[in-house]
Design a protein around this ligand. Structure first.
Ligand code: MN
Length: 233
């Protein structure tokens, strides 16, 4: 590789880090949509086995997520959307074409999803646990509500734990690639935890057994990320 190309690559990766960490952090300036660099998966393809197998992770990340990113950049190129940060774009997403909504959501939601899973043992903070108890009655009741939102989502979509503007937590499902930052959602707020229930997320390993995939998800939740998203909401 020529030195010039190497420097250009290094420059790209230096830009990538703050983009990755700031997508969920309202205390940091959000990146302009057009500046976004396709982020690296935060672990190896096989890191979440046996909950999620390596082949599913590889296809999900390198094909599905990559395609959303590519198509999103193509959809906003040379349009006013390219000048907006992602949060501002999502807050007015109803005014943009379906390609921006679907691919922008697909690009962003998967970044959240990868980062809220880990092979490591993590736990909710005392503050978050207390708030979950207050909002849902108990951690178990929260898990049932979140799991049900994923199991009962008809067709493709997501399950979400969200911090509302009033500071209270709630659970919701979303169709397709919509997310709780979008003005098309009935209840909006800051996403803390999400689960992809599109068939591409589980079909290779679980086939039609979506409930089993959803129940196993709790084994790989990255509570450190959820704690941080709540603190930085
Ligand atoms: Mn997906």
């Amino acid at each position: 590789m020529e030195r010039r190309n190497f420097i250009a690559l290094v420059g790209t990766s230096l830009v990538a880090a703050p983009v990755w960490s700031s997508v969920y952090n309202s205390k940091m300036p959000a990146p302009k949509a057009i500046d976004s660099v396709f982020p690296e998966l935060p672990y190896a393809y096989n890191a979440l086995e046996p909950t999620i197998d390596a082949k599913t992770m590889e296809i999900h990340y390198s094909k599905h997520h990559k395609a959303y990113h590519t198509n999103f950049l193509a959809a906003i190129k040379d349009t006013p959307a390219a000048e907006l940060d992602l949060k501002t774009l999502f807050a007015g997403i109803s005014k943009f074409p379906a390609a921006v909504r679907n691919n922008g959501g697909g690009y962003y939601n998967h970044m959240l999803f990868w980062e809220n899973m880990t092979p490591n043992k993590t736990a909710p903070s005392a503050v978050l646990s207390g708030l979950i108890d207050k909002s849902f009655g108990s951690m178990d009741k929260f898990k049932v509500a979140f799991s049900d939102a994923g199991k009962k989502q008809f067709g493709s979509g997501w399950s979400w734990l969200v911090a509302g503007p009033d500071g209270k937590l709630f659970v919701t499902g979303s169709p397709n690639q919509d997310n709780p930052l979008m003005d098309v959602m009935e209840k909006r707020g800051t996403p803390l935890l999400c689960l992809d229930v599109w068939e591409h997320a589980y079909y290779l390993q679980y086939q039609n057994r979506r409930p089993e995939y959803v129940d196993n998800f709790w084994k790989v939740v990255n509570w450190d990320t959820v704690n941080k998203r709540y603190e930085n909401r």
